[in-house]
Design a protein around this ligand. Structure first.
Ligand code: NPG
Length: 377
């Protein structure tokens, strides 16, 4: 279901970038490290008809992928933003083509495209969800739970999220913190919808350990092997009963098509940042839907900007599994939008306002800003 109606062009005047530091409500530990403060870049596209907002979801260090904040800050100002400012008047659908000569840096491209898309849709008075092809007005909310001190602490953390109403639990695993952690959660909470995320921490040599997870009836195991281990993922998938889902490996619609053709995944996590934007994300959704492959919306600890956009994306019909689209307060005591994303009956509402449908809280934004730059035409 490609985008039904293109957005209008905007006349770009300037692009403002800010690095924010947002303290997390509790440390978030994955197989690649622990975060206590989310460092993120927020984009404001200034156009003749008003502003639009986007978010560059890089992390402080290149641990999840090769992208990281200072690299994003540099490439945006040195190459990507000037290319967009040179274009002057442009439609959101043209952004990816203008930025295509620059290899990689997909999270930066995604954040810039979102800001221009938001500006265009606000000017037209159209909600992002409607533009992307949303078919529901709220989406089921899953939560991603980091590695805890020990399995008992994990059970306590998961219990808190279940009490809050989250409808699906994802736990992070790594070698040595996999089978026992998963067993503890299964034993404590019975047949809850449960999945695990390895963030590339294993190799094919760990196949026997990963096969032990089969007995827990997981929804899926996410990204067990390295980003470029597509063939190894296919080999592993043939050995596991648990469905293999790819995250880091799926950097484009082409990568998704290749992974499906090779049998490397039977489920795909879609993150707009990882694939270069919400329009590429819709293309992946479309091809998976065509192929009968379920998808779900991943999260990158987004602020209210990216969280609102993710809720809109997750409302497309192929998103048949609950995503990591949790409430703002899962990560932040104070979000940078005036109406933080809330959990209501285990769901998050798809914003209906124009563009992203959320408004920036200028004081919260200012308080979180640690660096600012503006490039003008
Ligand atoms: O709900 O936003 C969220 C976080 C979901 O676990 C989550 N994200 O590997 O999917 C991931 C992980 C992540 C977060 C990766 C931040 C990289 C950066």
């Amino acid at each position: 279901m490609p985008i039904a109606r293109a957005a209008a062009s905007v006349a770009l005047e300037a692009i403002e970038l800010r690095v924010l530091h947002l303290p997390l409500v509790s440390p978030f530990t994955t197989s690649f490290g622990t975060e206590t403060v989310r460092e993120v870049i927020v984009v404001r596209a200034r156009t003749v008809d008003g502003d639009g907002w986007g978010e560059i979801v890089t992390q402080q260090a290149p641990l999840y992928s090769s992208e990281y904040t200072q690299g994003a800050w540099d490439v945006a100002q040195r190459f990507l933003v000037p290319a967009l400012l040179d274009a002057g008047t442009l439609a959101p659908e043209q952004v990816a083509g203008i930025l295509e000569p620059f290899v990689g840096h997909r999270m930066v491209k995604a954040g810039l495209e979102l800001a221009i898309l938001d500006a265009a849709l606000r000017a037209e008075g159209r909600p992002l969800g409607e533009y992307l092809g949303a078919v529901v007005d709220r989406v089921p909310s899953g939560v991603s739970v980091g590695i805890q001190r020990d399995p008992a602490a994990l059970v306590e953390a998961v219990g808190g999220y279940l009490d809050a109403g989250y409808v699906r639990i994802k736990i992070k695993i790594k070698p040595g913190r996999d089978v026992a952690d998963t067993a503890a959660v299964r034993d404590a909470f019975g047949a809850i919808p449960l999945q695990v995320d390895a963030n590339s921490a294993y190799t094919l040599a760990d196949g026997a350990t990963l096969a032990e997870l089969d007995r827990f009836d997981l929804l899926l195991i996410e990204q067990p092997l390295q980003e470029d281990d597509i063939v190894d993922h296919a080999t592993l998938a043939a050995r596991l009963r648990t469905p293999v889902c790819l995250d880091e490996s799926i950097v484009s619609a082409k990568a998704a098509a290749d992974a499906l053709a090779l049998g490397a995944a039977s489920v795909i996590n879609i993150k707009a940042g990882r694939v270069g934007g919400y329009l590429e994300a819709v293309r992946i959704h479309d091809l998976c839907r065509e192929a009968g492959v379920p998808v779900w919306c991943g999260g990158m600890l987004e602020t209210g900007i990216g969280r609102a956009a993710n809720a809109a994306l997750a409302a497309l019909p192929g998103f048949t599994l609950p995503g990591d689209v949790s409430a703002s307060d899962r990560f932040y005591a104070r979000d940078i939008v005036t109406e933080p994303i809330r959990l209501e009956d285990g769901h998050v509402r798809v914003p209906t306002g124009h563009g992203l449908g959320v408004e920036i809280d200028p004081v919260a934004l200012e308080d979180a800003t640690v660096a600012r730059a503006e490039l003008r035409r």
